[in-house]
Design a protein around this ligand. Sequence first.
Ligand code: ATP
Length: 421
Amino acid sequence: MRIWVGIDDTDSPEGMCTTYLGILCMEEIQKAGYEVIGFPRLIRLNPTIPFKTRGNGAVSFLVEAPDFEHVREIVDGVIQENSCLSHENTNPGVVFVRDEISILDYLTKFSLKAVKDVVSLDEAHFIIGKFMIPHLKYKKGRGLIGALAAVGYEDKDYTYEILAYRKPENFGKPRSYDKDTFFRADELYYPKIWDTVDWHNRIVVCVPNGPDPVLYGIRGSDFEAILKATEILETEEIDRKMMFITNQSTDAHIIDEREAKNVSNHHSYSLTGVVVEKPEVIRGGHVFFTISTGFGMIKCAAFEPTKQFRDIVMKLVRGDRIRVFGSVKKNTINLEKMEIIELVRSKEANPICPVCGKRMESSGKNQPFRCRRCGTKSTKKHLMPLKREIEEGFYEVPPCARRHLSKPLVRMEGIKKHVFR
Ligand code: ATP
């Protein structure tokens, strides 16, 4: 029988990674003589969930095995031995789901909710009960949410990421790699791969810094290009590699304003609005401004890590019509990208005297303008062209500030875009 295995919440800020643990499970399942079918899947869920360790990722893969029981025993052994069970915020959950349309369709709805919304552990337990899904639950078992969502996720849009892992003896030590080879890989294979490096900020963005086992992850749309790119990279010895199919870089978390009933914290949106307050920079380099939308006034933020994206934001003026994309936290939408729909191109000024050509002066509130020289009066303001240093189109944060689920502009066709690379 074909069984989907979904796993989540196995790591902690001190180490491990659910993708790595998933691979260990797949290896043990194969050693037992069962087949793992196709690519494993790395599904990113709602990026605003407070319990997440890092990127709110969950893993699933498909297995051909005679029954659930032995697969469950194998996975249990791997989790007991390798997950960060002693960490208070690690609450692993694993599900074993029959590869049947009736169950998977139901799970797809749950999964889309887990990507865009907040779901309760009770909802996960309800599904497990309804379909009598064999599962493993450790401590609070909150990982059951992500585990079910990783099995049920279904969308037309998907990308790939190859993850390379370190030798266990190197976990926690500084990562050793030749930076230039990553820039070279990007030079050769971009835009089939993206977010490998950030040229402007001179950072290799695909190598994490934490104590987890990941050495690097190369993302892209074409897995052959990804594989070729990895051949160029010079790094410390690699222990394992695995290609994942993923919902990263697809904007799956974004709720379009046409579907939204309101705008609330812990959700991500695309919203059109008009700038009502000029952007201001505060200490620490964070930029804030407000737009007026169909949902009321919304505060927008471009935080310091979004680097040169803030320079574009700072050039917005009152009256500009824009569309913002990002997650709402603390009643503020954290910008991931924006579309400038229409810029204000003129500003009001005192009129020019039609008789002597001098600029007229205001003679007080609700009073007409008056020419000092010849006394001519006028009530009409003059429109002066406003020079703008930005133009209409899409702008995005640079690769060093990209969130896993954000769709980079390089993946968006038929739009006018300004890519930071
Ligand atoms: P890991 O690599 O372990 O998966 P992570 O950054 O992905 O690390 P987790 O440790 O998995 O974070 O923690 C996220 C927790 O939030 C999991 O228990 C998951 O089941 C749960 N979760 C995910 N999405 C939602 C959601 N939309 N609503 C409620 N809980 C969620």
